[in-house]
Design a protein around this ligand. Sequence first.
Ligand code: NDP
Length: 290
Amino acid sequence: MKLLDGKATSLDIQNEIKVNVEELISAGHKKPHLAAIIVGDNPASRAYVGHKIKACAHVGFDSTLIELSSNIEEEQLIDEVNQLNHNKEIDGFIVQLPLPDHIDEQKILQAILPEKDVDGFHPVNAGKLSLGLPSFLPATPAGIVELLDRYNVETSGKHAVVLGRSSIVGTPMTLLLSRNAKRGNCTVTICHSKTQNLSDITRQADIVIAAIGRPHFVTADMIKPGAIVIDVGINRIDDPSKKSGTRLTGDVDFEAVSKIAGAITPVPGGVGPMTIAMLLKNTLKASLLK
Ligand code: NDP
């Protein structure tokens, strides 16, 4: 079994970006600048945004964090988005999800200018992806493709089974794996909560991508020996052995599945850090498009 180390790979990519930034600055360009809006005080969201801001510092980007109260009205949040849209100093920005229930997430994401949408969630970028046109790719599925590439995992002609059909992970993942491109050309099956006989389907997979948000859902009996297993899930579960009383775990029963998989990502240290590396890549791209 090969461990697909997202943490080390992300660091490699960040170091490459750092060199790109140094070259840009020597050539007279300004530093790329990422902004992030966070609404409310969800501890997980705060941690994710904190990692993104820290990564900006590592690669030499400027960053701006805009922290807003969970009581903010939808219109006020749209005003904040518009300010970033028009701010020439900002190359790209994200609105950390989830947003409070009284705010329509789609309305906010659609207010972001597509050329500053470094999360790749705007319908223009999602549409371009589905048409195979250049766009900002959603960071998590793009990070998975990059990880497969860096570990030379062959995808052409393979059967990939994607568990989950969300617009930010599962659906774009199926598009990326099925397109006629390097680390694409898979035959893809997408599964969701209404899928029947799920284990029969996953057992046929050469590559399994688990993005459902249920701890240890994918068990060893669901996996064909030698399959590549990518665990996107981030779930917090009780663990009395930890000082905090909890720990993070994925959607895959890592201990059992790693014994039969050909390669597997850990949680933490797998897809999460790759997501950050791809966000930085998108921001660098946005700064060069101007
Ligand atoms: P969503 O909740 O938006 O989507 C979950 C998907 O899983 C849905 O399509 C749902 O089906 C499907 N699903 C739920 N239960 C089952 C089941 N029993 N069998 C088959 N399918 C099921 O989640 P996200 O896509 O946003 O995130 C998925 C996981 O990935 C979460 O743990 C999240 O924290 C993590 N994540 C990790 C990231 C990273 O950087 N590592 C980035 C983004 C997310 P249906 O559509 O029918 O409801």
